[in-house]
Design a protein around this ligand. Structure first.
Ligand SMILES: NC(=O)C1=CN([C@@H]2O[C@H](COP(=O)(O)OP(=O)(O)OC[C@H]3O[C@@H](n4cnc5c(N)ncnc54)[C@H](OP(=O)(O)O)[C@@H]3O)[C@@H](O)[C@H]2O)C=CC1
Ligand SMILES: Nc1nc(=O)c2c([nH]1)NC[C@@H]1CN(c3ccc(C(=O)N[C@@H](CCC(=O)O)C(=O)O)cc3)C=[N+]21
Ligand SMILES: [Mg+2]
Length: 292
């Protein structure tokens, strides 16, 4: 049976370390990192997610600012809010919850956030840096996934990594990180041929598809490490359930290690968001990033 990679524990450890760092920033630099989260619309899943983020932000000693706007908010109003957050010295990180309503241009909004306050790593400046000098802010979900992989496997050099999914927020930045970590990287998507065979070549398999339990145990190389990014709400036996893109039962009989859903990549994503906020606060304040 596969080792279960406990994302909740990894996330708790990361938050414990952040709490220590935040208290040092307070005492040594009079700096309290602040995170602003902007939510447009009433999506219940997003509301829970935003509430969890706010709670954990405060728990590590940082300031949390929440901005909830109606679904029919126009683009100019949203851009004005972002401009005021860009100019606010108490705010070091700005996250605009995606997806946005269809009448709002997501690309425009993402790039209106100052790249110095981007904590998602979605701004063009940070995308460019991830793919060149590696110095920018790294997207939270891929960063959390990489941390768990390194903790599980140590050096990743030479391993074959297959990522299923090519989105800008998960698949592509995950590929960039694994390439930087010296893996041989393949990105698969909906047009990929022989997906099952390709998956069986993977020492590291990352599933970021959005299809409940798509990847089966017999698609997995025995002993491989499986990172399940998928968060899918399904109805089963009359109850609502959260499942990943990997069929956990069959996969855990073949894999060497696997992240569960819930309790895997999700909690690490939020912890990495807090990590990125601290990083941006230090950058803005001119505190050496290699300092602590
Ligand atoms: N744990 C966390 O913190 C987070 C979890 N998620 C979850 O991760 C999953 C992916 O999210 P996201 O990247 O935003 O999703 P997108 O819908 O943006 O991308 C899905 C990708 O999967 C590919 N795909 C779809 N169907 C197939 C198929 N049958 N075979 C192979 N590839 C396929 C698509 O291919 P194509 O490009 O050809 O259309 C696309 O590249 C979702 O379940 C989401 O909820 C997302 C963000 C954070
Ligand atoms: N700008 C932006 N940045 C994001 O990072 C972003 C976003 N928009 N939009 C939505 C997706 C999704 N996402 C999740 C993060 C944590 C959990 C998480 O903590 N999940 C728990 C379960 C939570 C539950 O029970 O619902 C778990 O997997 O254990 C889930 C999903 C971040 N996203
Ligand atoms: Mg849109």
């Amino acid at each position: 049976m596969a080792t279960v990679i406990n994302g909740k524990e990894h996330a708790q450890q990361l938050r414990d370390n952040l709490a220590i760092e935040v208290s040092k920033l307070k005492s040594d630099h009079a700096l309290v990192p602040g995170l602003a989260v902007v939510l447009v619309g009433e999506d219940p899943a997003s509301q829970i997610y935003v509430r969890n983020k706010a709670k954990q932000t405060v728990e590590v000693g940082m300031k949390s600012f929440e901005h909830r706007l109606d679904t029919d908010t126009d683009e100019v109003t949203l851009l004005d809010l972002i401009a005021s957050l860009n100019a606010d010295d108490a705010v070091h990180g700005i996250l605009v919850q995606l997806p946005l309503p269809p009448h709002i241009d997501e690309f425009k909004v993402i790039n209106a956030v100052s790249h110095d306050k981007d904590v998602d790593g979605f701004h063009l400046m940070n995308v460019g840096r991830l793919n060149t000098d590696g110095g920018g802010v790294v997207p939270c979900t891929p960063l959390g996934s990489l941390m768990m992989l390194k903790s599980q496997l140590g050096d990743l050099t030479g391993l074959n990594a297959v990522i299923v999914g090519r989105s800008n927020i998960v698949g592509k930045p995950m590929a960039a990180l694994l390439l930087k970590a010296n893996c041989t990287v393949t990105i698969a998507h909906s047009r990929t041929k022989n997906l099952e065979e390709l998956c069986r070549t993977a020492d590291i398999l990352v599933a970021a598809v959005g299809r409940p339990r798509m990847i089966q145990g017999d698609w997995i190389k025995p002993g491989a490490t499986v990172i399940d990014v998928g968060i899918n709400r399904i109805e089963e036996n009359g109850a609502t359930k959260l499942v990943g893109d990997v069929d956990y039962l069959s996969a855990s009989e073949v894999a060497g290690a696997i992240t569960p859903v819930p309790g895997g990549v999700g909690p690490m994503t939020i912890a990495c968001l807090l990590h990125n906020t601290v990083q941006q606060a230090k950058r803005i304040a001119g505190i050496d990033l290699s300092d602590q």
